[in-house]
Design a protein around this ligand. Structure first.
Ligand code: AMP
Length: 928
């Protein structure tokens, strides 16, 4: 037998044992993870333990402007949201004290060993505090990713019966009705802070649970994997003894806490004195952001799935990430070609490791140090980690010979206790140990097909069942099929992963619908969106009259058509009409792996996803020398549209304020006006949840292209936008809305339409106050401040702070300095594009302060944020009643000014907006 067994010594700390990786001593004294952390707090109380990077570069363009509009327009939405935009950090002592306060509070509510506590939070300092607190109280945490659909969160909460849920106020609207106690770490903190800052007395043993993580389940529901402390202790022990972390290390936390690699990302640094650097919640999706963070923060340790490694290696500036000294790559097979590219781009030896392991074995069970110039095709998964046994067995549970394929079984301290409330499944997957005399010893049956290589490494060959990995996510096809089968219009479903082109694996659903009620692609998409996480939703649905069968009566998977042939049947196939379209088509073919595609095919319908979108833009940059932001995909999702964007860039075609966001449908279009930042990209979340046949056009500010002068008058702006919307809709009734500052512009547009004798059927103000009372002179930004900002941007980074210090310290008031400083943080070291946006923002700010709204003859619909971030009273009508002679309807929406327009709150806004639009249309019908 070629398995290795490495075991722990019974010494209490890891660090003293770092040399003992290969010793074979039985471990008898593992500790709980919070004890390890507390030990570390003792040794480095004043070192930084955790940093949260609250600024997301790409998102700044999209999100910051809606925030910025709040900053200067609406006084009730200032303060906290803006402070949040500065990186936050805690020392070991601070983190420990806050976690202790929460732990004592949890204890007072009955949390102790084996009690499950749900945590529904995004990446943040609160997440680190919450996880540690649950463990210190003695309980085990159940991660609930707030981006998951309501039904999935509801299932997990129901399944675990967690008596307590830790969250923040902003997530409450996206949570199901809860039977247990909900603690909001923001609004309830005053109560929590009354508890002791001392470590609670430990009540937990290494055999107690540390977490329950849910993974996809083949029978239609996810299953909770129960992991005890000792498995994670072993994982950390192996990591620390193999790749010792020091206080100089910084570990980047990018993986959602619903997946187990997040566990080492969080605890490895915290238990060994390094820094845990938590990326912005959206950051892990954005390769440019990751490269920037690695370089700026001097990250030394990170984890990646191979598909993300591939994208990252194509990113500009990746070669500068020389600070990296350990990268765990895992979650799916790692092609050797990618390893070679890693060495080419980064030239870092002894840094990249291929790690393998299922959630059921406490993260990683084996590893292999990636090397150059090997003869492998796919990276071996190497040898077992400390205290872990690997067996490769045939169907008769007999060990196989070198080179022979067999199923991989795992034994050792890392094994999960089993699946929560699923004794049968647990017994099926965790079988009695075949080769150990130890009472209760078990083996976990992984379902992975592997073989021994002559050099004693293990080669990964694939799966023996329907489980698969897409972009590192574990997916049971049975779960997607079972969910799709709940759709009343479908008779039969079959979901499979297709890799018609190497490197582009995507989920395809084949469905047979009842002839009288065939649903559309988007209806099926939405149906699944409510139930499954985004990564489990098929890229394409193929409608068939019947599933093809083989002579045995089973579905003949091989004769299922490739979705591209199906897509061509649906859309008009139009070939490229010029060389730019042809070049783009070639790039699309390469990235999507589809040979024949039409210039009108939609990127996402062809199986595109955010990773592929990033790769596409990188390729466009490389081959055509043009750089486009990721947000281009909001407006241009076909080759034809992308070609137009590029041509407009080149020809400087007159800038248009009108941005088609969603053109399908016969309903009257809804026009959404930009906020203070001038951009309309932040409306993408809202539009996603409107009716699929509701056409939506955005109006973006003049000057965003850097060519024209930004407009400083709302009256002028409104008149220009009206000229543009007339190209789409020559006469009323019009449907208008605007968020924040955009509401003011929409209001003026409606005024002008009325004056021209046109009808306005609907005018919605999305958290727009009627006057800029918040802009007292002290809070207003002066042109001179903007001037300084521009000047700053043109200086070298090293001179910027000095400049800032000299100018601001002497000439500005404290209030202004704070605003200026926030702007400085936001824009410093940014591109010329940001400069243009800054100019637009300033122009809008000026326009807003000069505008005097007059009495409006029609009706106003006001949507106001429920939460005032600095505790000011919010007027239900936001001050508009006296200006609306046709009446006013007002609705309170979950969230604050900054958050009501984004996930998860935006769903509620979209729902209410949809109803209001329907009512407005109905009123028109009654009228005629
Ligand atoms: P999860 O429970 O999400 O960690 O998924 C575990 C499964 O992912 C394993 O059973 C394998 O099928 C696959 N897997 C994980 N790491 C690797 C790797 N390095 N190479 C190939 N497959 C992997």
């Amino acid at each position: 037998m070629n398995n290795k067994v490495n075991t722990l010594s019974n010494t209490e700390t890891f660090i003293s044992l770092q040399e003992c990786y290969t010793t074979e001593v039985i471990n008898t004294s593992s500790m709980c993870i919070h004890e390890l952390f507390e030990q570390q707090v003792e040794s480095s109380p004043d070192e930084i333990a955790v940093v949260f990077l609250d600024v997301h570069s790409e998102g700044t363009q999209v999100g910051a402007f809606s925030d910025l509009s709040g900053l200067v327009l609406a006084s009730h939405s200032r303060s906290i949201s803006d402070k949040r935009k500065v990186n936050q950090q805690l020392t070991y002592r601070e983190l420990n004290q806050q976690a202790n306060q929460l732990a004592h509070y949890l204890r007072s509510l009955g949390v102790g060993p084996e009690v499950l506590v749900g945590i529904c939070l995004e990446r943040s300092l609160q997440m680190a505090i919450a996880i540690l607190a649950v463990l210190k109280a003695g309980g085990a945490y159940v991660p609930l990713d707030p981006s998951y659909p309501l039904e999935r969160l509801a299932f997990i909460l129901e399944d675990t019966q967690a008596p307590i849920l830790l969250t923040q106020e902003k997530f409450l609207p996206s949570l199901p009705n809860l039977s247990g106690k909900v603690i909001c770490l923001d609004s309830d903190w005053q109560v929590i802070a009354q508890n002791s800052q001392e470590n609670p007395i430990n009540k937990t043993s290494p055999d107690n649970l540390i977490y329950v993580i849910y993974t996809s389940g083949s029978t239609g529901q996810p299953k909770g994997v129960m992991i005890p402390h000792k498995g994670i202790y072993n994982q950390l022990y192996w990591r620390q003894t193999s790749f010792k972390l020091t206080t100089a290390d910084k570990v980047l936390q990018t993986i959602s806490f619903s997946f187990d690699p997040s566990v080492w990302q969080i605890f490895w640094p915290l238990c060994f004195g390094a820094q845990l650097v938590m990326a912005h919640p959206e950051g892990h999706r954005d390769s440019a952001y990751l490269v920037k963070v690695i370089c700026e923060q001097q990250i030394t340790v990170m984890a990646l799935v191979p598909s993300m490694l591939q994208v990252l290696l194509e990113e500009k500036g990746i070669e500068n990430c020389q600070c990296l000294r350990h990268i765990t790559c895992g979650g799916e097979a790692l092609p050797v070609e990618l390893i070679e590219r890693f060495f080419e781009r980064l030239c870092l030896d002894n840094v990249l490791f291929n790690c393998y392991g299922p959630t059921e074995a406490s993260i990683d069970a084996s590893f292999w140090k990636c090397q150059r110039g090997t003869n492998y095709l796919v990276a071996p998964i190497g040898c077992p980690i400390t205290n872990t046994e690997i067996y490769i067995l045939n169907e008769d549970l007999q060990p196989v010979a070198i080179g022979e394929p067999g199923e991989l079984y795992i034994g050792g301290v890392g094994l999960a206790r089993g699946y929560l409330k699923r004794p049968q499944l647990t017994a099926e997957k965790f079988i009695p140990h075949l080769f150990s005399q130890e009472p209760g010893a078990r083996l976990y049956k992984t379902g992975d097909l592997v073989s021994y290589l002559p050099d004693s490494n293990i080669e990964f060959l694939g799966r023996i069942d329907q489980q698969l990995k897409i972009r590192g996510f574990r997916i049971e096809l049975g779960e997607i099929e079972a969910t799709l089968n709940q759709h009343p219009a479908l008779k039969q479903t079959l979901v499979m992963a297709r890799e018609d082109v190497p490197g582009n694996k995507r989920l395809v659903a084949y469905v047979v619908a009842h002839p009288e009620q065939v649903p559309s692609q988007s209806q099926l998409h939405r149906f699944l969106q409510d139930k499954l996480p985004e990564y489990m939703i098929p890229a394409t649905f193929v409608f068939l009259d019947a599933l093809p069968l083989n002579p045995n009566g089973k579905v003949d998977r091989r004769s299922l058509p490739a979705p591209e042939s199906f897509i061509q049947k649906l859309t008009e196939f139009i070939v490229p009409s010029n060389s730019l379209e042809l070049q783009l088509a070639q790039i699309w073919q390469q990235v999507l792996g589809i040979q024949s595609l039409g210039v009108k095919d939609h990127f996402f319908d062809l199986g595109g996803n955010s990773l592929l979108a990033m790769r596409l833009l990188i390729e466009i940059n490389r081959k055509l020398g043009k750089s486009l932001p990721l947000s281009t995909f909001l407006m241009a999702q076909t080759i034809e549209q992308l070609a137009n964007v590029l041509t407009d860039q080149e020809k400087s075609v007159p800038f248009s304020s009108l941005v088609p966001i969603q053109t399908a449908g016969t309903k009257p279009p809804l026009f959404l006006v930009h906020a203070m930042g001038g951009n309309v990209l932040f409306y993408r979340d809202l539009v996603k949840y409107l009716e699929p046949d509701q056409p939506v056009y955005g109006l973006q500010a003049q000057g965003l292209d850097g060519q024209q002068t930004p407009c400083t008058s709302i009256v002028e702006m409104a008149s220009r936008y009206l000229q543009e919307i007339r190209q789409i809709q020559s006469h009323g009734p019009y449907f208008l809305a605007g968020f924040s500052f955009g509401g003011m512009v929409a209001f003026e547009m409606a005024q002008q339409l009325y004056a021209q004798g046109e009808e306005v059927a609907f005018l919605a103000l999305l958290d727009t106050p009627s006057s800029l009372s918040g802009n007292t002179p002290a809070n207003q930004l002066e042109k001179s401040q903007f001037f300084h900002l521009f000047k700053l941007l043109s200086l070298k980074p090293k001179d910027q702070l000095a400049y800032l210090w000299n100018r601001i310290n002497w000439h500005f008031t404290v209030g202004k300095v704070s605003i200026f400083y926030q702007l400085y943080l936001r824009y410093i070291k940014r591109s010329p594009l940001d400069l243009q946006m800054l100019a637009v923002t300033w122009a809008n700010h000026q326009a807003g302060t000069l505008y005097l709204p007059l009495i409006y003859p029609g009706k106003l619909t006001v949507f106001r944020a429920s939460k005032s971030e600095i505790g000011l009273e919010i007027k239900p009508d936001l001050g508009w009643s006296h200006l609306a002679s046709g009446g006013l309807e007002s609705y309170e929406m979950p969230g604050s000014h900054a958050t009501m327009i984004h996930e998860p709150n935006v769903k509620f806004l979209a729902e209410k907006l949809t109803i209001c639009l329907q009512q407005a249309r109905a009123r028109l019908l009654n009228f005629f």
